[in-house]
Design a protein around this ligand. Structure first.
Ligand code: ZN
Length: 410
């Protein structure tokens, strides 16, 4: 699928350090990338509602990682999916009387435009699930053959297919190895986040759906498994495998994907290849608004597109989001935009008289700060202090702010 246009990224003299990133699976900071290229798979949107600031914060966190990797001289391979067929999308389409394909296409368009406004570097591969149905069906057929998938009869359709978590346990993955959660928590989260622990006929209530047989009124595709559509976690497992030829460096997404989504994507990849999905499982915090997590289902959304339409400078939105650490849970307030506007205006005034100096020790400080688990709040404060102290603006530092933080000042 078409992604969006690549923002200009100035190249800087020298290279920055390889970043350290927090890994959910081990609960430690890990050096992100030991090989010549760095690979990233970030779970994309389910396109049934426009990009809210919680999404934007996630994609900006991984944009910062991509920028830091590029600055470290890494060849970056970035893949993102679009869950363009899924229950919430179909439910929204039915509720609003819009064809689900039209709803998805219009929301993907809006997402592209939001990402472009925020100057997010696009993935090289932007893949819709509907583009890889055959690949997913083939992978599920292999899991069946390997004895790690099984049939669950249904009253109104052919058998559905489920992943056998216990049979799939190996050195590369076992239930809980990505999330580190206890069983009780997994049961609760499974019920809350799209799983079906109550479904009769499953070997383990936590086993996730791999393939849903066709139901009346639902979209379905012909495949080696008969007519149906993919389950959620296998989509990401297959897209990640299809576009990356080895264990990826970082699998990223919001912390609400830790379980069940990333747990089982990792389980599916391990069952298909014998290898872990990722070296690092990285998660971003949740953004709240008016006291609750910002979510489509609650409807308490602040949309990037609405802020832009209301005249907010997209650079201020970017600065507002970068002013909170990507792993924190935090609450969006109007004060975030006010503070970001003040910051943007003071930095812009400072940069307007920039000297054509192409070396500045502050560039090394900025690189160092961001390499510690993408510490953008501290990076912004360091630049604030530099500006407030009346230190001269150099071309080198102004370019570094553009290349690493995505904020073009002049
Ligand atoms: Zn995913």
């Amino acid at each position: 699928m078409k992604s969006w246009s690549h923002p200009a990224v100035p190249s800087l003299a020298g290279t920055g350090p390889i970043p350290e990133l927090f890994d959910t699976a081990t609960g430690t900071l890990k050096r992100a990338c030991s090989t010549a290229h760095a690979s990233l798979y970030v779970c994309g949107i389910t396109p049934y509602d426009a990009t809210h600031l919680g999404h934007a914060a996630t994609y900006l966190a991984y944009d910062t990682l991509v920028r830091v990797w590029l600055d470290a001289g890494k060849d970056v391979r970035y893949v993102q999916n679009i869950t363009d067929v899924d229950d919430p999308l179909l439910e929204r389409a039915a509720a609003t009387g819009v064809d689900w394909r039209e709803l998805a296409a219009s929301q993907v368009d809006l997402f592209r435009s939001d990402m472009q406004h925020l100057r997010v570097i696009p993935p090289q591969h932007y893949v819709g699930v509907t583009e890889v149905i055959d690949d997913v069906a083939d992978a599920v057929a292999r899991l069946l053959q390997a004895g790690v998938a099984y049939r669950v009869p249904s009253e109104d359709a052919d058998d559905d297919l489920y992943f056998d978590s216990a049979a799939a346990a190996s050195v590369a993955w076992s239930l809980g190895s990505e999330s580190g959660l206890d069983r009780e928590t997994m049961m609760r989260l499974s019920a809350e986040r799209g799983g079906d622990p109550e479904r009769a006929g499953k070997r383990d209530p936590l086993d996730p759906l791999l393939w849903r047989a066709e139901r009346a009124g639902e979209p379905a595709w012909d495949s080696v498994l008969g007519r149906g559509r993919p389950g959620w976690h296998i989509e990401c497992a297959v897209i990640a495998l299809d576009r990356h030829d080895e264990t990826i460096t970082v699998n990223g997404g919001g912390s609400d994907l830790i379980f069940p989504h990333h747990e089982f994507s990792a389980g599916h990849v391990a069952a298909l290849t014998g290898e872990p999905l990722a070296e690092i499982y990285s998660h971003t915090g949740m953004v709240a608004y008016q006291g609750e997590k910002m979510s489509k289902s609650l409807g308490n959304l602040v949309l990037v597109s609405r802020l832009v339409a209301a005249g907010v400078d997209p650079r201020a939105i970017r600065l507002a989001l970068l002013s909170e650490h990507y792993r924190s849970d935090w609450e969006w307030t109007d004060a975030h935009v006010r503070r970001a506007n003040v910051r943007l205006s003071s930095w812009s005034d400072w940069a307007a008289d920039c000297d054509a100096v192409d070396a500045d020790p502050k560039v090394a400080t900025l690189r160092e700060t961001l390499s510690h688990d993408l510490d953008t709040p501290r990076a912004l404060e360091q630049i604030d202090a530099h500006v407030a102290a009346g230190q001269p603006a150099t071309r080198a530092l102004v370019d570094a702010i553009d290349a690493l933080l995505g904020i073009r000042l002049v």
